[in-house]
Design a binder for this molecule. Structure first.
Ligand SMILES: NC(=O)c1ccc[n+]([C@@H]2O[C@H](COP(=O)([O-])OP(=O)(O)OC[C@H]3O[C@@H](n4cnc5c(N)ncnc54)[C@H](OP(=O)(O)O)[C@@H]3O)[C@@H](O)[C@H]2O)c1
Length: 317
């Protein structure tokens, strides 16, 4: 059977770059990257932007390692079709609040003969969150992401939806605001593991036209994760336990901006009805050989530096 070709959009982002690296390491698919030739406001989930130089270095490095980098005006249908021809699976890793940038790609992908579209999800199971009772900025993002899936289906493309729970690095600034009593197991995925697991999910036959909610790093309670962090760092990690009413109050008090969406995650997580979890552990069943980065390595090398970056950015804002 000939190798499938995977094209990654928003490849220089956190999840995108980890996905490209794992595609290269895994060596199961041909790898392409869709590079944006202008046309869209530069965004990122965290608010920290990649410089043009950093991106250029990534593209040059990937080219040397066999990746085909295709430039296109991603707002322009006519420019997108030739850039997507030859792609079997199109993986989008666009940042939070850039969901709408995927619309032109969907129909162009259809016309270019792409088989499957993997939209940028990688959080809660948005199909459910979109119907939660309390409106908030994160639920708006959930509704948009759920709508994108419908548009993919309308275009007649296959899809794979990959919810990934909470990205550890976003929720570790201290005092850590625990969602609820911290005793329910949830999915934890750091960006490096989100990107890493995507090619494995894609390579699995059960991922075609399926929702595959992963715990790419770990499936643990808040308390288990924070206890592990304390043990690894050898110090106490300050934490506060916030119930639904506390999250609602914090949400009302948070000014508009990326932080409001993060607090909205707490609002949604703490009104999650029994039996309708916003996460699951698909990889335990379907990808038992896939291992998240060990926490002993992840916390000192990946999480703590990112927490410092995020705190510095929020402090400067
Ligand atoms: N559950 C959680 O806790 C959590 C946390 C964070 C993110 N997420 C989700 O994970 C997904 C990926 O997020 P990420 O943090 O990996 O992204 P990111 O790192 O913020 O992505 C940045 C990259 O996106 C591309 N980009 C910039 N502006 C764009 C625009 N206007 N339209 C399209 N692409 C643009 C650029 O790559 P190129 O120049 O190479 O195109 C840029 O380097 C999102 O769906 C986000 O909602 C979930």
């Amino acid at each position: 059977m000939s190798r499938k070709t995977v094209t990654v959009f928003a490849a220089t982002g956190s999840a995108g770059s980890a996905c490209v690296e794992e595609l290269l390491r895994q060596d199961v698919f041909n790898v392409q990257v869709l590079a944006r030739a202008g046309g869209l406001q530069e965004k990122s989930s965290s608010g920290l932007l990649n410089s043009v130089d950093t991106k250029q270095q990534r593209w040059d490095d990937w080219r040397r390692r066999g990746v085909v980098v295709k430039q296109a005006d991603v707002t322009d249908h006519a420019s997108l079709i030739p850039a997507l021809e030859g792609t079997d699976y199109l993986v989008s890793c666009v940042p939070l609040f850039a969901t709408e940038s995927q619309y032109p790609l969907i129909w162009a992908a259809k016309e270019a003969g792409v088989e499957r579209f993997v939209p940028s999800e990688f959080g809660f199971i948005y199909e459910w969150e979109q119907f939660w009772p309390t409106d908030n900025a994160h639920k708006t993002a959930a509704r948009q992401k759920a709508f994108i899936r419908r548009v993919i289906e309308l275009a007649g493309l296959d899809f794979t939806i990959i919810p990934a729970g909470l990205w550890i690095e976003y929720f570790m600034p201290e005092p850590v605001a625990v969602m609820g009593d911290g005793n329910t197991k949830i999915s934890w995925s750091s960006a490096c593991d989100v990107g890493r697991i995507i090619p494995h999910v894609l390579a699995h036959p059960a991922s075609r036209n399926a929702v595959c909610p992963v715990a790419a790093t770990a499936y643990l309670t808040w308390n288990e994760l924070l206890d592990a962090r304390e043990r690894i760092l050898g110090r106490k990690v300050e934490r506060v336990y916030l119930g639904h009413e506390d999250w609602l109050k914090a949400y009302d008090e948070t000014p508009d901006g990326p932080m409001k969406a993060i607090v909205g995650i707490g609002v949604s997580a703490t009104e999650c009805p029994e039996g309708m979890p916003l996460w699951a552990h698909w990889n335990a069943m379907h990808l038992p050989a896939f291992k998240g980065t060990p926490l002993e390595q992840l916390f000192p090398e990946y999480i703590e530096p990112r927490v410092r970056e995020l705190q510095a950015m929020l402090g400067a804002a």
